[in-house]
Design a protein around this ligand. Sequence first.
Ligand SMILES: CC(=O)SCCNC(=O)CCNC(=O)[C@H](O)C(C)(C)COP(=O)(O)OP(=O)(O)OC[C@H]1O[C@@H](n2cnc3c(N)ncnc32)[C@H](O)[C@@H]1OP(=O)(O)O
Ligand SMILES: O=C([O-])CC(=O)C(=O)O
Length: 381
Amino acid sequence: MSQTTTDQPEVRKGLVGVYADTSAVSKVMPETNSLTYRGYAVQELCEECSFEEVAYLLWHGELPNQAQLAAFKEAEAKERPISETLHKVIAAFPRDAHPMDAIRTAVSFLGMEDPEAGDVSDAAQRRKAMRLFAKIPTCIAAAHRASKGQEVVAPDPRHSFAENLFHLVQGKVPAPEVVKSFDVSLILYAEHTFNASTFTARTVSSTGADIHGAITAAIAALKGPLHGGANEAVMHMLKEIGEPSKAAEWLKGKFDHHALVMGFGHRVYKHGDSRVPTMTKYAEKMAEVVGDRRWMETSRILAAEMLKAKNIHPNLDFPTGPAYYLMGWEIPLFTPIFVASRITGWAAHVFEQGADNRLIRPLSAYTGLEQRPVPPMSQRG
Ligand SMILES: CC(=O)SCCNC(=O)CCNC(=O)[C@H](O)C(C)(C)COP(=O)(O)OP(=O)(O)OC[C@H]1O[C@@H](n2cnc3c(N)ncnc32)[C@H](O)[C@@H]1OP(=O)(O)O
Ligand SMILES: O=C([O-])CC(=O)C(=O)O
């Protein structure tokens, strides 16, 4: 909300409505609840493309042809293994560390091990991004398995990105319709203009820092429950409600306490999140595959009641929470999976920032005390 006083400049708290820069990566059109990546509607990308094709699109501006896709996938598969040293570091993490803290620390460590540390040229940043993209699932899985005292599983270069994540964490690749729903979620999570974590990545990059620093900071920003952390909060909420028949009553209790309902609301979309219909469709498919409609039915009631009482729509984290649960992912892995996808969008923005950089440094409107003399120690209360 704007705040102005006679002697204060206008402040847009939370940078609401502020255009901080131009970008050609994606476009959110809240008036039509739509979203494009490099000019392609995200719903169409979900139906026609794999996550790897979308990652290529975000980084190169065009969809790959067959040879370009094959080379991209080969480069990604080759970079999946992590060093023995990093395996040991991850194994030493506290067992109860949150997986988001684990992946943030692992990415930071990868920066120290990177063979091109210190080189922030566009070509080097792109090679680093590929290494990060490929290694993040390996790190997420290693930390998860170590926290449960399980043996680490080696990445399998024959698997797609989505299949490999299942293989690394769950030790098996599920049925193709489950992999497809997961792949769709990765496409939907990949990119979303100047959201808080992407803006963080661009701010770090604007100082001339390397991509590992930018991504480490972006992961820290994504963890928060007002941003990526909401997908975990949604599933905790659905479990707390328990049964669809309790949803309306539970929600009324939240309204009585003026509490936030996780997975609802959005800074930019005020009439519905462009990605929700597609993700809901695939979450429904997961409910059918598993034969458990409880979570989707509870979700349906919550969404209808929220709209009726508050005119607030669900965001992408709302259908993704139950979809991931139905796919067999443990709840603390939901936001790390978001990282495994969003690294593609973050990196695209780091490249874009680097190509036409100007240090990001806004102003603050001072509201503290007027200038005053420093009192000697003997006169301080
Ligand atoms: C992938 C993603 O990051 S999507 C976002 C995931 N985050 C969540 O789901 C967390 C829950 N949602 C929220 O906290 C907010 O909607 C945000 C942070 C996403 C957006 O915040 P803002 O753009 O600042 O929304 P804003 O505060 O202007 O909302 C307008 C009104 O709706 C209310 N509102 C917004 N979201 C919710 C919600 N989830 N539950 C209850 N009320 C809400 C606000 O309290 C506010 O009410 P008021 O006018 O009486 O003060
Ligand atoms: O755009 C935002 O503010 C949050 C969001 O939906 C995303 O990052 O995907």
